[in-house]
Design a protein around this ligand. Structure first.
Ligand code: SAM
Length: 262
């Protein structure tokens, strides 16, 4: 990484800390972040065994770490934002999960020894990492041979115009957003980092526009509405833009990826 890249990562990190610090309480109960189906699928992809050691990167308020905890030896939840880890610790104590600990650190420099873990999970966080290639290399570095990687993240459609549109909306929603990637990009990035990709599952949630505009500055809210309202008929059809309950809904793309170290 050049010194420019380092200062960019620091700036993005500071922005993420500011935004997630403010929104931490929301993530404890947010329906999309507590969604039991997605959590169950991540656990399946991670395939935990009794003595396994796992790392949950960008753990936020700890939902993924706490879903894995009952099925393995120990989990470390890692995040950049202290307020998120404070909420995670409250949830951990409430659930009596004694095999879970938290660490304040950056996904670009994991404070974990080489080849020391059986599982790495990373849910809804990778689109914030300043340099995804560095983070994926770090994930690969800390996993043992045979170790599993389970990723869940916002995704982008393969069509360039829809990809650009959804990424632009997410950047207005959250200024620490870097990029949500297409399924084909995930496969290429993971293979380049040295993983064997086992599965890529795209899922789509048709969500109200408020999920992108809550706690967002008025100028950015106006730009989000302008982007949604100025879609071509083809784009609006592809993203199932429609009115329900007096508000605009459109598709948000997500994906679950399972991979392992050979
Ligand atoms: C949308 S939240 C998702 C939290 C959690 N994984 C979940 O699914 O509920 C994204 C999290 O990634 C964290 N994050 C963003 N950039 C990061 C980085 N470079 N290193 C570590 N954590 C980061 C944020 O602080 C935030 O807690």
């Amino acid at each position: 990484m050049s010194s420019n890249d380092t200062s960019n990562a620091d700036t993005v990190g500071a922005r993420a800390r500011e935004i997630f610090g403010r929104r931490a309480a929301y993530y404890v109960t947010s329906a999309v972040h507590t969604d039991p189906q997605v959590l169950a699928r991540i656990v399946e992809l991670a395939a935990p065994e009794a003595d396994d050691l796992a790392l949950d990167i960008g753990t936020g308020t700890g939902h993924t770490a706490l879903a894995l905890a009952p099925q393995l030896g120990a989990v470390l939840g890692l995040d950049l934002t202290p307020e998120m880890l404070d909420e995670a610790e409250s949830l951990r104590a409430l659930r009596g999960a004694d095999n879970v600990a938290w660490v304040l650190a950056d996904a670009q420099a994991l404070p974990v020894a080489d080849a020391s873990l059986d599982i790495v999970a990373c849910r809804r966080a990778a689109h914030h990492f300043p340099d995804i290639a560095i983070s994926l290399r770090e994930m690969r570095r800390v996993l043992k041979p045979g170790g599993r990687l389970a990723i869940d993240d916002r995704g982008a459609p393969e069509e360039p115009d829809l990809d650009a549109l959804l990424n632009e909306i997410d950047l207005l929603h959250d200024h620490s957003h870097i990029r949500e990637y297409r399924p084909s990009e995930w496969v290429a990035m993971l293979e380049k980092a040295g993983f064997v990709v086992d599965s890529v599952e795209v899922y789509i949630l048709n969500r109200p526009i408020s999920s992108m505009t809550e706690d967002v500055a008025p100028d950015d809210v106006a730009r989000i509405y302008a982007l949604v309202e100025s879609m071509t008929p083809e784009q609006a059809e592809a993203l199932h833009v429609g009115q329900r309950h007096g508000t605009i809904y459109f598709d948000h793309h997500y994906l679950l990826v399972g991979a392992h170290v050979a």
